[in-house]
Write a protein that binds this ligand. Structure first.
Ligand code: ATP
Ligand code: MG
Length: 517
């Protein structure tokens, strides 16, 4: 049997191939707004692009690196790469020349597809790296990729692939260091998509608001595979605009977002219970959803956000329950391991942490059909991140309570050991964020001659608020044990974030490493 993911997705397209599969909900008139793509359009367009790729005589296993603005055609390109059996490599649109150069040198793609306006510098980088093919693709369907593809036949026999053949390389977000290329197979992606289809109750009459970027697990795999595998329609937003998305909620049943999208929608008065009346499910992930956001969303819309947890290396790992009979959706937790996912929490000595009560904090390790094969061209790193018995070390720290709910506390790399005590930054950040005038915060450890590491914090004040480091320290002293209280608190205008919006604590550690030594 052909285990090509594209074949499985296509087998689940809506029965009526002329029904609308994707409706473009935003964009300039003429450049996309209102355009509709039927299931037949998806089949034909992916066939044409796959035929174009086949005509290039690429070596087996060739990578197709793509850095374009989000568009339906960019999604079709992804599906075409699967169909033709090559390896899809999406790149964040925010990456500049130095970053792109790293990815191109590291991945050695045979094809690069970029935005027309970047062709000059991208093609130069590609030339230097001896990439044979560079195409362009723009949001308004312009570019050499489609110009060439329209000449091709709209019929194409999907390439034969085995479940463990490589389908995509996803570079991690680079939150804790240099991005690593996670190698995901057709089987990794399909098994995860099937589990989520069942767990989240996907139906053919669902309508998904797709407003996430498609260079990352969340938008590319979780959202798109979900809709395609259910034969459900997508309402497609090339960029997230809270007002525009809220205006289309009455036409939708499902929404997926990172926490900031929820925060920005809550700022809009148009977000009401009525606007959400037809909605079946709101899903959040990629970063921790603050409990305040979870509660505010419930108060305003009557809906309980379902939070789930995953990563580039594993796609989705845990999810809060969808069905009431399986339990409550608990804010602050990421729910239960998905069917087929093994999840264990180990202490520093490698012993299982008890899950009595709230559960004890330790390192999260996982197994399952969704777990990747390793990091692209990093055999050392791959060996380090798998245990002798084959479990993947997620690098996340968390606990599992006696009911089985998993809570993520932070990252192993961010764990602070001060005077022999473990300090979990997320706990201290929780306290800091509750102080009046504090919008957000980041807690890191820096070298200290007596304590090994000292806790320090950076806080960002709310607009117009006055926050003093000394007062923050005094306030925390009343609330938490002394070894957890930051020795210094810096008040800054913003936290350093990477292109995915995640806080880069390595930069903060670097900046303040000389404080005490
Ligand atoms: P890098 O591995 O390059 O440092 P990264 O880990 O941020 O970057 P991703 O694979 O994009 O790259 O992100 C996965 C991480 O995101 C997880 O390991 C976890 O730390 C975090 N994450 C995802 N979902 C959640 C969630 N619901 N709650 C808390 N953290 C989450
Ligand atoms: Mg990571």
């Amino acid at each position: 049997m052909n285990a090509n993911l594209f074949v499985a997705l296509r087998a689940n397209f809506a029965e009526d191939l002329d029904a609308c599969a994707i409706e473009v909900a935003d964009g300039e008139a003429g450049a996309g707004a209102g355009q509709r793509y039927s299931w037949r359009d998806i089949d034909r367009a992916t066939a044409m692009i796959a035929n174009l790729l086949d005509s290039l005589d690429l070596p087996a296993g060739s990578r197709v690196a793509v850095q374009t603005e989000k568009s339906v055609e960019a999604l079709l390109l992804y599906l075409a790469v699967l169909r033709a059996g090559y390896v899809y490599l999406p790149l964040n649109t925010a990456y500049q020349a130095a970053e792109l150069s790293y990815f191109i040198d590291n991945a050695e793609p045979a094809v690069v597809v970029c935005a027309g306006r970047n062709f000059g510098w991208v093609s130069k980088l590609a030339f230097q790296a001896k990439v044979p093919w560079v195409f362009t693709l723009d949001e308004d369907r312009r570019g050499t990729l489609l110009d060439r593809a329209v000449q091709m036949s709209d019929r194409h026999q999907p390439a034969e692939r085995k479940a463990d053949d490589l389908a995509a390389i996803l570079y991690t977000s680079g939150t804790t260091g240099r991005s690593k290329g996670a190698m995901l197979s057709h089987g990794n992606l399909l098994s995860n998509a099937q589990v989520l289809k069942h767990c989240w109750g996907w139906r053919a009459d669902d309508v998904l608001i797709h407003a996430l970027p498609i260079f990352h697990v969340h938008g590319l795999f979780v959202a798109s595979h979900g809709a395609l595998l259910a034969g459900a329609k997508m309402l497609w937003f090339n960029r997230f605009d809270p007002r525009a998305v809220i205006a289309r909620l009455p036409d939708a049943t499902l929404f997926m977002g990172v926490p900031t999208l929820y925060v920005r929608m809550l700022e809009q008065a148009t977000l009401t219970r009525e606007a959400c009346a037809r909605m079946r499910l709101f899903i959040s992930g990629s970063a921790p959803l603050l409990i305040e956001t979870f509660q505010a969303w419930r108060d305003r819309t009557g809906h309980t956000i379902l939070e789930r947890y995953g990563m580039s290396e594993t796609v989705m790992l845990t999810s809060n329950p969808y069905r009431a009979e399986d339990g409550d959706r608990l804010g602050g937790t990421v729910g239960f391991p998905l069917p087929g996912v093994g999840l264990r929490v180990l202490d520093d000595a490698g012993e299982p942490c008890p899950s009595t009560g709230d559960g004890e904090i330790g390192h999260i390790q996982v197994t399952g059909p969704n777990v990747f094969a390793g990091y692209w061209r990093m055999p050392e790193k791959t060996r380090e991140e798998f245990t002798a018995d084959g479990w993947f070390k997620t690098g996340d720290v968390g606990r599992r309570d006696e009911r089985g709910y998993v809570t993520i506390v932070g990252r192993s790399k961010d764990l602070i050991i001060s005077g022999g005590y473990n300090v979990y930054p997320a706990e201290i950040e929780g306290w800091l964020n509750e102080l009046p005038g504090v919008a957000e915060s980041a807690v890191v450890g820096v070298p200290h001659p007596d304590f090994g590491e000292a806790v320090i914090a950076v806080v960002v004040p709310r607009p117009g608020a006055q926050v003093e480091g000394a007062a923050v320290i005094a306030a925390l002293k009343d609330r938490i044990a002394n070894f957890k209280v930051p020795k210094r608190v810096f008040v800054e205008n913003e936290l350093p974030r990477n292109a995915m919006g995640k806080v880069q604590k390595n930069l903060l550690r670097e900046r303040h490493r000389g404080l005490f030594v």
